[in-house]
Design a protein around this ligand. Structure first.
Ligand code: C5P
Length: 311
């Protein structure tokens, strides 16, 4: 490929999806403080876009692009996970370069949809392309896993199982198109606090493995109803214990016609399962009439982090 035809880009934009856990089984806390998981991730059509531009020094800025995003909760210093992702990639390659990172956020902060993980994954892919690093997939996945348990899945997307602490991602065949109403919450919920409440309430002393029938329902769906019986989240009781208002969201969604409801990850975002796009829009409309107007209709599975613009 000729360099004249395809000159190095000045900036690259990568889009990364939010995730939901259509199944989340949690075991007993490990000595390292993490919990062993068996989860089924699904990437859904709510995205953050990350644009990286070559710069003298590292910087990160956030542009809020969604009504349900609290921009004030996002750090602009070295603790920002997108910036940490950039530094980790450069350190791996032994480079000195830096970039400015702009995150256009639609995924809620501390919402249980892995918004920070999406930003980290998008930054890794964007910088890899900006500087033509050609980082091997397994290296990107390993850097991603060091950044956070959900970051590898944001690279892979689609529908996948997650094991270990969630970082070991294995794609599964998903031939359905699943519709969800996402009910956002104004107040974030910290992941460690939910896992802490889980340890106190339940502790993980049960069989938390993914049911093979669930993977079959994804592979050969006869209808959206097939999956509904398998939707499950071990963290739900812990999140409801910390935030009783979430239980009322679930009750309202059921009254509004949801096939079932589910906590998204460690919450506080709640999911209402719908049988079609029209059904999802109708549920969202009824929820709005009840005062729950911070919602989005999304579908899954969608692609993991991918380039959307070269400039
Ligand atoms: O990996 P990540 O940085 O997203 O994890 C944030 C926190 O969530 C951990 O420090 C831990 O308290 C909790 N966690 C856990 N078990 C997991 C994943 C996360 O206890 N499998």
């Amino acid at each position: 490929m000729s360099a004249a035809l395809f000159p190095d880009p000045v900036s690259v934009t990568v889009r990364a999806p939010a995730k939901i856990n259509v199944y989340l089984g949690v075991g007993k806390v490990r000595p390292d403080g993490f919990h062993p998981l068996e989860t089924v991730y699904q990437a859904v059509s709510l995205y953050d876009d990350v644009t990286v531009t070559d710069a003298e020094e590292w910087s990160v800025t956030t542009v809020v692009d969604g009504i349900h995003v609290d921009g004030a909760a996002i750090p602009d210093d070295d603790t920002n996970i997108a910036l940490r992702a950039g530094r980790a990639l450069v350190a791996h390659h032994g480079l000195e370069c830096a970039a400015s990172i702009e995150v256009r956020k639609s995924i809620p902060v501390a919402g249980g949809m892995a918004g920070g993980s999406a930003d980290a994954a998008a930054t890794l892919v964007a910088l890899d392309r900006l500087w033509s690093l050609d980082t091997a997939d397994d290296v990107l996945l390993s850097i991603a896993a060091d950044l956070g348990s959900d970051v590898p899945f944001a690279l892979v997307g689609g529908t996948a199982t997650g094991t270990g602490r969630g970082e070991i991602v294995t794609p599964v065949e998903d031939n359905g198109s699943w519709w969800w109403v996402v009910v956002f919450n104004e107040e974030g919920l910290s992941t460690p606090s939910v896992y802490g409440a889980y340890d106190l309430l339940e502790g993980g002393d049960h069989d938390y493995r993914i049911r093979p029938q669930m993977l079959e329902a994804l592979r050969a769906p006869e209808g959206a109803e097939d999956l509904v019986v398998f939707l499950y989240n071990d963290l739900e009781d812990a999140a409801f214990y910390l935030r009783p208002d979430l239980q009322r969201v679930a009750e309202a969604a059921l009254e509004c016609g949801a096939a079932t409801t589910l906590l998204s990850g460690s919450g506080p975002t709640m999911l209402a399962a719908a049988t079609s796009a029209e059904d999802a829009r109708a549920i969202a409309g009824r929820l709005a009439e009840q005062g729950y107007d911070r919602t989005a209709v999304v579908h899954g599975p969608v692609a993991g982090a991918h380039v959307v613009a070269y400039q």
